[in-house]
Design a protein around this ligand. Structure first.
Ligand SMILES: [Mn+2]
Length: 431
């Protein structure tokens, strides 16, 4: 039996009030979809099976390199973070796992962390290593890189840290390690591109060797920042080379914010799927760069187009296709719990919309070079308001029809603000 962070009676009462309206909306949508040859219950079943991981670092207020404005009742440590993640899952029922970050989430008693997960009904998704900042007790600085540092001692330290992340993850039931590093250079000539990449591959091969058989390693590319001239793993081409060089357990992670503006990300997704190298996602949104804005807040159509590629592959039944879904965003002006709930729902919304695409018609229009009807086929799915499907799925899984209003009515934030003294120095983290 899992323990609920929010009073279940409060959720049930709110659901009862909203239930008649939801049933009417669901039936109406079901009738409309039936005319398009779509079984609404079949879509709902898929939605109920969908999950996206919450990043542990997301439940604290983020911040920028200019300032950080702490919120009330911020989590003090991973156990508080787990409780906040428990709220998100209790109300949305679409975030069954948490993605941990080491060392921010390092604990002495790993079994206590696992028990917290069991109690809250949360599993552990991909582990995230951190060699983009120095820890107080470390021997070698990462100022000039970690896995690609010219110093072999610094590289060894970074390798050992990643292996430690695997060891912690094994004890928690995680099955993947995500590696993002900030290594790069700020001046032309500062770093030898080829030698730095050789050092990278050599370090990653050591980490790869430590992977259990049933694990995957995700490498995450990012165009720039913190290095502003060159970044070692800067784009999906380099990422694909890495995954190919390392072996079958290595796959590419696509963070939606880590590309140049206007990049056709859904096409990158299709390429990586085609060659078996799509590992998963960090979902967020951006306007200018790696803004870490809330998923779907700027360009929900792009999110839909990404899911259109994913559903296309899911429908085709590609063997071994199971991309990891994770959120990765920074919350500066909202309650992180609310942002993460809304963002998780935006992810599953895009999935549900993509399930509505008439793929047979689309394929025929593509063959006939009927550009207008092909794109209209996508738009028809995107324009469909799938909220009744999402809400019904939440309700049937024990969640809230209206998660944000249930959360606000619960007074959770005010309660934890009394229990958790304000902290100012916690790492926000944009990875
Ligand atoms: Mn990321």
């Amino acid at each position: 039996m899992t323990s609920a962070m929010i009073d279940s009676d409060l959720v049930d009462n709110a659901n009862r009030t909203a239930m008649d309206g939801l049933k009417a909306d669901y039936d109406y949508l079901g009738t409309a979809l039936a005319r398009r040859g779509i079984d609404i219950d079949a879509v709902k079943r898929k939605v109920k099976a969908f999950g996206v991981a919450v990043p542990s670092w997301g439940v604290g207020t983020g911040g920028t390199r200019f300032a950080r404005f702490p919120g009330k009742g911020e989590p003090r440590h991973i156990f508080d973070k787990m409780e906040d993640c428990g709220v998100i899952q209790q109300l949305t029922r679409v975030t069954p796992t948490v993605s941990l970050h080491i060392p921010w989430d390092r604990v002495d008693d790993i079994s206590a962390l696992r028990e917290a997960g069991d109690r809250l009904g949360l599993g552990f998704d991909a582990m995230n290593s951190n060699t983009f900042q120095d820890q107080p007790d470390q021997a070698h600085s990462y100022k000039f890189g970690s896995l690609t540092n010219t110093s072999s001692a610094a590289r060894e330290q970074a390798i050992a840290h990643n292996i430690e992340c695997i060891e912690i993850g094994r004890k928690l039931g995680s099955k993947a390690l995500t590696v993002w590093l900030g290594d790069g250079s700020n001046f032309p000539g500062q770093s030898h591109f080829t030698r730095a990449f050789e050092r990278y591959l050599s370090s990653m091969r050591e980490i790869y060797k430590a992977l259990p058989d049933d694990w995957r390693i995700f490498t995450e590319h990012k165009m720039y920042e913190p290095a502003f001239y060159s970044t070692v793993v800067q784009d999906w081409g380099t990422n694909y080379i890495i995954a190919t060089e390392l072996g079958p357990k290595a796959q590419c992670l696509v963070d939606l914010g880590h590309h140049a503006p206007n990049t056709n990300i859904e096409m990158i997704v299709a390429r990586l799927i085609q060659f078996g190298k799509l590992g998963g996602f960090h979902f967020n949104d951006s306007k200018y760069g790696d803004d870490d804005l809330d998923t779907g807040s700027i360009d929900p159509y792009r999110l839909f187009l990404v899911f259109n590629e994913l559903v296309d592959s899911e429908t085709a039944g590609i063997e071994g296709f199971h991309p990891a879904h994770m959120l990765d965003q920074s919350h500066n002006v909202t309650d992180p719990i609310e942002s993460l709930m809304v963002s998780a729902m935006e992810v599953v919304r895009a999935y549900a919309q993509a399930l509505l695409v008439d793929r047979r018609a689309l394929s025929a229009y593509q063959e006939e070079n009927d550009a207008l009807m092909a794109t209209s086929t996508l738009k028809t799915a995107f324009r469909t308001d799938v909220e009744p499907i999402l809400a019904m799925a939440r309700l049937e899984k024990g969640g809230a029809i209206n998660p944000v209003s249930a959360y606000r009515a619960s007074g959770y934030r005010a309660r934890v603000a009394r229990e958790r003294p304000a902290v100012t120095g916690t790492g926000g983290g944009i990875v």
